[in-house]
Ligand binder design. Structure first.
Ligand code: PGA
Length: 251
């Protein structure tokens, strides 16, 4: 069986003081042993979080990395190898906010995915359709193309050491959650696409749902056969709420 994962994407939130409070809250949570828990603070707060979560088995990841795996002349960017040095183990790749607001296309996303893995980080590839695409009936095509961009260039086997997050853009930060059935349909399609190339791997890869996940909606979503946990934005900034979501994944 696939081990569930709950990941908290803190986005561009936090000050040293508020991050200290959040760490304190997380340290008080009873986290289920059978769930992989990860948090993705801003780069500025990675060291604070790694140092602060001592005694908790919580992975720390970054929200993005450079297209280059190693250090070099690339002002403002952070190399995947620097994130490893900062004790990150994971990185979000291709979050929809970066795809849409920062014009990150599939080619850049693929290069970042490869850079992350070559430095030893586990990428979490984010895919998802906009509302207009869903209303036009293009959801499965859009998601398939985002996934194919990576598999066609890097091969399917890279997903042996990666996670996928399906995040419908219209559900992110809007309070609108995809229904468990809507999400399951896309998760099953993602798994089938991988299975066509490597069925064993497809059975093992974790596909997280993201988009306004709350403690109240988590259990039903995570109960679907192809939903292996969640990528949680807003609700991950509240330690009690995030802890409850993690526990929902463990039950
Ligand atoms: P949300 O964000 O939970 O606030 O909708 C999810 C995400 O963007 O990863």
């Amino acid at each position: 069986m696939r081990r569930p994962m709950v990941a908290g994407n803190w986005k561009m939130h936090g000050t040293r003081a508020s991050v200290a409070e959040l760490i304190n809250g997380l340290n008080q949570q009873a986290l289920p042993a059978g769930v992989d828990v990860a948090v993705f603070p801003s780069c500025l707060h990675i060291a604070q979080v790694v140092d602060g979560l001592v005694g908790k088995v919580v992975a720390v990841g970054a929200q993005d990395c450079a297209t280059e795996a190693h250090q070099g002349a690339l002002t403002g960017e952070v190399a995947a190898s620097q994130l490893v040095d900062a004790r990150c183990s994971m990185v979000l790749i291709g979050h929809s906010e970066r795809r849409s607001l920062l014009a990150e296309g599939d080619e850049v996303v693929t290069r970042k995915f490869a850079a992350a893995q070559s430095a030893g980080l586990m990428p979490v590839l984010c895919v998802g359709e906009t509302l207009a695409e869903r209303e036009a009936g293009q959801t499965l095509d859009v998601v398939a193309a985002q996934l194919a961009a990576v598999t066609e260039s890097l091969g399917v086997d890279v997903f042996a050491d990666a996670v996928i997050a399906y995040e419908p853009v219209w559900a992110i930060g809007t309070g609108l959650t995809a229904s468990p059935e809507q999400a399951q349909e896309v998760h099953a399609a993602i798994r089938a696409q991988l299975a066509a190339k490597n069925a064993v791997l497809a059975g093992k890869v974790r596909i997280l749902y993201g988009g306004s996940v709350k403690a109240a909606s988590a259990a039903e979503l995570f109960g679907m056969p192809d939903i292996d946990g969640g990528l949680v934005g807003g609700a991950s900034l509240n330690a009690d709420e995030f802890g409850a979501i993690c526990r929902a994944a463990g039950s």
